[in-house]
Design a protein around this ligand. Sequence first.
Ligand code: FE2
Ligand code: FE2
Length: 192
Amino acid sequence: MDEFDDLDLLEDVEDLEAQVEAGDHEGYPATTVLVDEHKVIKRAIDILVNAVKSGVQDEKLYLDLARFFSEYADAIHHGKEEKILFKRLKEIAPEHIHDMIEDLENDHVEGRRLVAKIKESISDPEALKNYALAYASMLRNHISKEDDGLFIAMHPYLSKEKEEEMLREFLEVDPPSKRELEMIVERLERRF
Ligand SMILES: [Fe+2]
Ligand SMILES: [Fe+2]
C-alpha cells in the first residue's frame, strides 16, 4: 500500500469515528460498522418477507435479493465477523464468548444453506416462501444475538486500540461493490 492509500484510509477511519460519536457504540468503531451493516441487512429481509407474503412473482427481484444476501450479508458481513472479529476474540476472550461464537458460526452456515435453497426455488413460489421466511426468522434472531448479546459481552475484551485496528482491517477487506450492493436495497425499497 502506498502513502496515498494510507492517507485515504486514515480519512475513512476519521469519518467513521465521527459517525460513531453520534451513535450507540461510542468508542467502538468496528462494532459500529457491523451494527450499521445489520441495519441494511434487516431492510433487505423486510423487502423479502413483504414480497413473499404478498405473493409477488418477480424472478429479478428474488435474484437481486439472493445476490445481496450472498455477496453482502454473507461474503462481506459474515466474512468480516469470521475472519477478523471472531478470530480475534477466540485468541483473547474467555470460554463463554467462545460458546457464543460457535452458535453464531452455526447460524452463518445455516444462512448459506438457506440462501442456496432460495436461489434454487425462485420459480417455485411455495418453496420460495417457506425458505425465505425460514431465512428471515433465522437471520433476524441471529442479528439480535449479536447486537444485544455478543457485541455487548465482548466489549470488556476489546480495547479502543483493538477496535481501531479492526476498523482498519474492515476497510481493507471491503470490496468496491459494497456500496453498489447497498444501492440494490435502496432501489428495491422504492419499488416494494
Ligand atoms: Fe453474524
Ligand atoms: Fe452480523
